[in-house]
Design a protein around this ligand. Structure first.
Ligand code: HEC
Ligand code: HEC
Ligand code: HEC
Ligand code: HEC
Ligand code: HEC
Ligand code: HEC
Ligand code: HEC
Length: 366
């Protein structure tokens, strides 16, 4: 049964083919925090201004989730109440940062019947607020509540994990940009190594790990799981949660130096040092030549290398220890080989075949 209020609204809709959302008896389409009449007294009209049901851009959302000035205007027009106790945050300011989801820059492309992951190679890529949030169901506790996720047979299930949302656009999409990679392929738990987002990691002793993560897995409960937004999000620790925007390249929540030959510091590799002890890495507790490479120097007087020259931050389909050489810096050796070979499991021994800053590795071993 559809509620009377909804029927009345549907009757005023300006289009006729759109299916009415399926409702359980007596349940309103609007169930999350936006259903609160004490904060949003105008109900559906808070977003459906002029009772237009098709929304294809972020403008209605930014009236309340943008600048304080815009919010004040909503209060004076009677759309929003008791802002004093509410802390809505300025999502618009996040989206204006140099690295952001293209919410403001790509508008009116979203179509609520679109298929995600994209099936069309040249479909224009976009991300609107409601590609990532269900405005009818979102709550403070579950900002991603009610968002459609993966397809299971004829059904589309609700997402349970944050990464399932990201995979709608960053995994098997037919329209991935040229330099982008399929994130599911990188995080798959059958890979030789991966950061533990989809499931538990492969290594039982990652010596540099800091609390709350467990370096050494001894008991079955010693599982360290992280999420995309542990690395991607606002550069402002007090900013709103979620990967809306950041002043750091890569839309990262901490700074990460991705250029070769820059000096090492706490700040340079802050992203990695958030979870991996700097003194352990530079103290060569795992790879005996970490400090030589990261700080530079040695007999060949090489400049310092970024972690990104040797490691992929997501996962590797080929190597253990997230090894992936950055081919902007590292090239094949004189015999044409560019390869890492680990010796045994957790042996802390391996060999590299490559050439870097004119230093031949054919192989160099540790
Ligand atoms: C907080 C903002 C917000 C409020 C409040 C809101 N809606 Fe929506 N509604 C949206 C957005 C955004 C879309 C578009 C979703 C999309 O395209 O993916 C939408 C889409 C719809 C649609 C199109 C069909 C669909 O589900 O995709 C209908 C019908 C609808 N809303 C009805 C309502 C009714 C009835 C109310 C009040 C009981 C309401 N909405 C309140 C934001 C809101
Ligand atoms: C008229 C004001 C208003 C509009 C318009 C509005 N919101 Fe909200 N939104 C709120 C309020 C108030 C809350 C509840 C905040 C709380 O309880 O802390 C909220 C909560 C949320 C939340 C849950 C997370 C949180 O901080 O509580 C999300 C996500 C959200 N809104 C997204 C949207 C999106 C997307 C749109 C546009 C389709 C939108 N909102 C439009 C006022 C608004
Ligand atoms: C509706 C589609 C969509 C969803 C869902 C989505 N993204 Fe994106 N994302 C994009 C688009 C479009 C871009 C711009 C570049 C591109 O086309 O890939 C982008 C860019 C990015 C970038 C690179 C930004 C930069 O400046 O280098 C990161 C990082 C990112 N997204 C992470 C995430 C994470 C984490 C999630 C899940 C919480 C997510 N995305 C969910 C569409 C999406
Ligand atoms: C341990 C930190 C970390 C985690 C966890 C992480 N990322 Fe990243 N991500 C990075 C770094 C660093 C970069 C920039 C360097 C690069 O591109 O490899 C990046 C780049 C990206 C880019 C831009 C490059 C591209 O291929 O388009 C996207 C999109 C992205 N990440 C999505 C995701 C998604 C989705 C997840 C979760 C499933 C995720 N990331 C989890 C660190 C992380
Ligand atoms: C690419 C996906 C994506 C887009 C686009 C996006 N968000 Fe978010 N948003 C997220 C994620 C992920 C979170 C964090 C969820 C969590 O904490 O579990 C979040 C969190 C939020 C929160 C809660 C912030 C807090 O600190 O409690 C609000 C409010 C919000 N988003 C509103 C918006 C609005 C409004 C827009 C459009 C102007 C938007 N988002 C666009 C993914 C997105
Ligand atoms: C949010 C926390 C977090 C951040 C940030 C982070 N890591 Fe990790 N990392 C982990 C966890 C947890 C593991 C343990 C995985 C396991 O159990 O195998 C790990 C494991 C690793 C491993 C070993 C993988 C293996 O299979 O042995 C490498 C290498 C690594 N991280 C490099 C990096 C680099 C480089 C950065 C910065 C770009 C980084 N990490 C940032 C949490 C993090
Ligand atoms: C010259 C290549 C190279 C560079 C540069 C490099 N690493 Fe490594 N790293 C390795 C190798 C090889 C291993 C595997 C050692 C082994 O056999 O256990 C490793 C292992 C690791 C591990 C897993 C074991 C542990 O220590 O917990 C982490 C984490 C790690 N590196 C982080 C980093 C960070 C952070 C940076 C940048 C500050 C960095 N690495 C720079 C080559 C490199």
């Amino acid at each position: 049964m559809i509620s009377f209020a909804l029927l009345a609204l549907v009757a005023t809709m300006t289009f006729s083919l759109a299916p009415v959302p399926v409702q359980a008896a007596g349940q309103s389409v609007l169930r999350g925090d936006h259903a609160s009449k004490s904060t949003l007294p105008k109900g559906c009209r808070s977003c459906h201004r002029g009772m237009r049901f098709l929304i294809s851009d972020e403008a209605p959302c930014l009236k309340c989730h943008g600048s304080q000035g815009a919010r004040d205007a909503e209060v004076s027009k009677g759309y929003l109440r008791s802002v004093g106790s509410l802390d809505l945050g300025d999502i618009e300011a996040e989206l204006q940062k140099p690295y952001s989801h293209p919410v403001l820059s790509v508008s009116r492309v979203h179509n609520r019947k679109e298929a995600l992951p994209e099936e069309v190679v040249d479909a224009l890529r976009h991300s609107e607020c409601f590609d990532c949030h269900n405005a009818h169901e979102a709550t403070r506790e579950r900002p991603l509540g009610g968002v459609a996720g993966k397809r299971v047979g004829n059904f589309i299930t609700e997402i349970e994990k944050e990464y399932e949302l990201c995979y709608r656009c960053h995994a098997e999409s037919a329209n991935l940009p040229l330099r982008s990679t399929n994130k599911h392929a990188e995080f798959k738990t059958t890979n030789p190594s991966f950061h533990p987002v989809e499931g538990e990691g492969v290594s039982s002793f990652v010596i540099s790990l800091k609390a709350p993560y467990t370096a050494r897995k001894e008991r079955p409960g010693d599982v360290s799981i992280i999420s995309c937004s542990d690395c991607h999000g606002s550069d402002d620790p007090n900013g709103p949660s979620g990967p809306h925007g950041s002043r750091f390249e890569g839309l990262l929540s901490q700074h990460y130096e991705m250029e070769d030959a820059r000096p090492e510091s706490d700040y340079a590799y802050a992203l990695c040092y958030k979870c991996h002890e700097r003194s352990s890495i530079l103290g060569n507790e795992s790879f005996p030549y970490h400090s030589l490479h990261i700080l530079g120097g040695g007999p060949s007087a090489s400049p310092g290398a970024s972690c990104i020259s040797c490691h992929d931050a997501h996962g590797s389909t080929v190597n253990p220890y997230l090894i992936r050489f950055d081919e902007n810096v590292v090239s094949p050796n004189a015999e044409g080989k560019l390869e890492y070979r680990a010796q045994g499991v957790a042996a802390r021994r391996g060999e590299c075949f490559l050439s870097c800053h004119g230093v031949e590795h054919n192989p160099l071993s540790y």
